[in-house]
Write a protein that binds this ligand. Structure first.
Ligand SMILES: [Zn+2]
Length: 545
């Protein structure tokens, strides 16, 4: 084999740094440059500014790579960076997402099934061209050892030069850089792999800090009132990726709720999610801290609504067909329904309906105390919407039958997504059927809350997980429903219905859950309990009833 085909090069450390930085700047930053070009608008300045920021990014990358310039670390560090860049570039280019520490947490907490949903030929090509190819070249390259002091000295020279160029670039067009920092936050997040690497660092730091924090107990005084002689049976359904505006109950023009429309459900039309990802929203809705104070790392070391209910004597069961409870049910009875072992309703994948299997046995087995059953749905999890419903629910056609959403028309994506809502409609109606069959023995109620919404290609954005301050309503406005059995005495459904267009958020879930069981505790806040709000409304002098 001749030398050229063997891809064997001879670099000094500095040369390798420059080559690697140039490669990543040019080939792994499509999303950044495209966004920048759009943001700059027309005019001759756009080329100059794009060039300037490109060079700035290159110099910043050189500085980053020089951190790892000592010998045993150098090649492995470059390989890791190439792969981080490749994966980040794939997700940013394909789905227009941003790789911050929350998004990274999501990625790291995805399981095998979700990964299968994301695999594609395109991802393989990205990994090959942006990950494997440069890694092989660098790994095979000869980088002669020149001694620690000489390496350090030349590294310092290159670092100084890079810094000098960066300072010069900022000084030359200071007005542009000031506005870039102020107004183009989303573009900064697309500088690959600077933000992904920073996110790895931030997530690692937070994880370590959270690891050895002792569990903080809350609501130790919680109890059900002695006068409450009725037993409550409540099912809380934690939905997945369900947008409020895709429910016909909320006015969507397509009939996506044919079964629930036959039930006395109350659909709340203006509910804000706590976060834009499962990893944030699920723990947050069970958390005493509201969205403003929520921190997903700290949350692991604090008890949540389920702990409070459990210590007040409520029997709590969590069934999961999604992934896991994201820490919420760590101290509760937990059953995994994602495999045929527990779930009898599996075809292409295990269906949410299967979580109702054997549930009556659970209820019959517990002849004392109230019962809360949490069902965590697979729901509308993307991008493979077409996998999320059995064939009978393929009502809106043609559907997008690929995880490469940008290859489908908007109509095909909408159809596949709406079919997932149709299946959720069927599942929730089945939950109501289950509760109704227990009406004579229990005060029954259902609370359904989706974790976050979804971008379905609006402005080229797909999936979810954008930082909250730039996330569109599609990602933050979630479907939330309530239903009450005929013997639920503690609230008048017709008065609760009057609140359907009020502004609520996931902050209301914690206190409404406590309210559903009439829990008395110092931490209970009636103002945030939707039921308590309805009672106040019923007693209001203006007379709503
Ligand atoms: Zn989710």
């Amino acid at each position: 084999m001749n030398r050229r085909f063997a891809l064997k090069f001879r670099y000094s450390t500095n040369q390798a740094v420059l080559v690697a930085a140039a490669f990543i700047t040019l080939f792994a930053n499509q999303a950044f440059f495209r966004g920048l070009f759009e943001a700059l608008g027309a005019g001759s300045w756009r080329y100059l500014h794009t060039g300037s920021l490109g060079l700035f990014l290159f110099c910043a990358l050189v500085l980053l790579l020089l951190v790892f310039a000592s010998r045993p670390l150098f090649k492995p560090a470059l390989v890791v960076l190439f792969f981080i860049s490749a994966v980040s570039a794939y997700f940013m280019d394909t789905y227009n997402v941003i790789i911050d520490s929350d998004m990274l947490g999501n990625v790291l907490s995805t399981d095998g099934g979700e990964v299968m949903d994301l695999l594609s030929l395109r991802l393989f090509v990205y990994l090959l061209l942006l990950g494997v190819l440069p890694s092989v070249i660098i790994w095979r390259a000869e980088i002669p050892a020149v001694g620690f002091r000489r390496t350090l000295l030349s590294s310092l020279k290159l670092a100084s030069l890079s810094l000098l160029i960066m300072v010069a670039l900022v000084l030359i067009s200071s007005a542009f850089y000031a506005s870039f920092v102020r107004e183009q936050k989303t573009l900064r997040y697309r500088m690959n792999p600077l933000m992904p690497v920073y996110s790895v660092y931030k997530l690692g730091k937070e994880t370590l800090a959270a690891a050895d924090t002792p569990l903080q107990v809350i609501g130790e005084d919680a109890q059900t009132p002695a006068a409450d002689i009725h037993r409550e049976l409540v099912v809380m359904v934690v939905g997945e990726t369900a947008r409020a505006d895709r429910f016909s109950l909320n006015g969507y023009t397509r009939q996506t709720n044919p079964e629930l429309e036959q039930e006395e459900v109350i659909s709340f039309t203006r509910v804000d999610a706590c976060g834009t990802s499962t990893l944030i929203s699920v723990p947050c809705m069970f958390s005493l801290r509201g969205r403003d104070a929520f921190d997903s790392m700290e949350e692991r070391s604090m008890e949540n609504a389920l702990d409070v209910l459990g210590s007040a004597g409520v029997n709590v069961l969590w069934r999961d067909n999604n992934s896991n409870s994201k820490g919420v049910a760590d101290r509760m009875e937990f059953e995994d329904f994602r495999s045929p072992g527990n779930n009898p309703v599996c075809d292409e994948e295990c269906r949410d309906e299967g979580m109702l299997s054997g549930l009556q046995d659970y209820v019959d087995r517990h002849d004392e105390g109230d019962i809360l059953i949490v069902l965590h749905q697979m729901g509308s999890h993307g991008p493979a919407y077409y996998k999320r419903y059995p064939p009978a629910f393929r009502k809106f056609v043609p559907t997008c039958d690929s995880n490469q959403l940008q290859d489908c028309s908007n109509e095909e994506i909408d159809n596949a997504y709406d079919n997932t809502i149709l299946y959720t409609d069927h599942f929730l109606a089945a939950v109501i059927g289950f509760l109704r069959s227990n009406d004579d023995r229990f005060e029954t109620a259902m609370l359904y809350a989706s974790d976050h919404g979804e971008s379905l290609g609006e402005s080229g954005v797909y999936l979810h997980g954008l930082p909250y301050w730039i996330a569109p309503d599609a990602q933050t406005h979630v479907a939330v429903l309530m239903w009450f059995g005929k013997n639920y005495y503690d609230a008048d459904p017709e008065v609760v219905r009057l609140l359907r267009d009020e502004e609520f958020s996931h902050d209301n879930v914690f206190h409404t859950l406590l309210g559903l069981f009439e829990i008395q505790s110092g931490i209970y806040d009636g103002d945030k309990d939707i039921l308590q709000r309805s009672r106040e409304l019923a007693g209001a002098p203006s007379g709503y009833q």
